[in-house]
Design a protein around this ligand. Sequence first.
Ligand code: CO
Length: 135
Amino acid sequence: MKIIGIEHIGIATESIEKIAPFWKKVLKLNHIHRETIEKMGVITDIYDTGRGKVELLEQTGQESSIAKFLKKKGPGIHHICLEVENIEEAISELKQADIQLINDVPLKGAEENRVVFIHPKSTGGVLVELVQKPK
Ligand code: CO
């Protein structure tokens, strides 16, 4: 598979509203996107640093993976996301290497991206998202 770079770092928070002013007003990052992804149970709020983005994540309900993460670990870095050229190719290579995936069919993420999540057990303790952007 071909990794293009770090696309974003995902941060789980109890409240986007409370933490957004730090990213928006103190660091003066460009706010580029906000979206509720019902299927994943998340609200995502994205800022561009110029080289890689920061994604703030808030739960939409108790069943959300973000709710579970906050309960277990508290607020903080939730995942890192690497951009790949071809997500199907990446998935098949990961499966061949016996890497534990959260989903093995690409999910629709924010900004019409297609994403797959790799289990922290296989990565050294960090949830890793791979993304292929729409052409
Ligand atoms: Co993400």
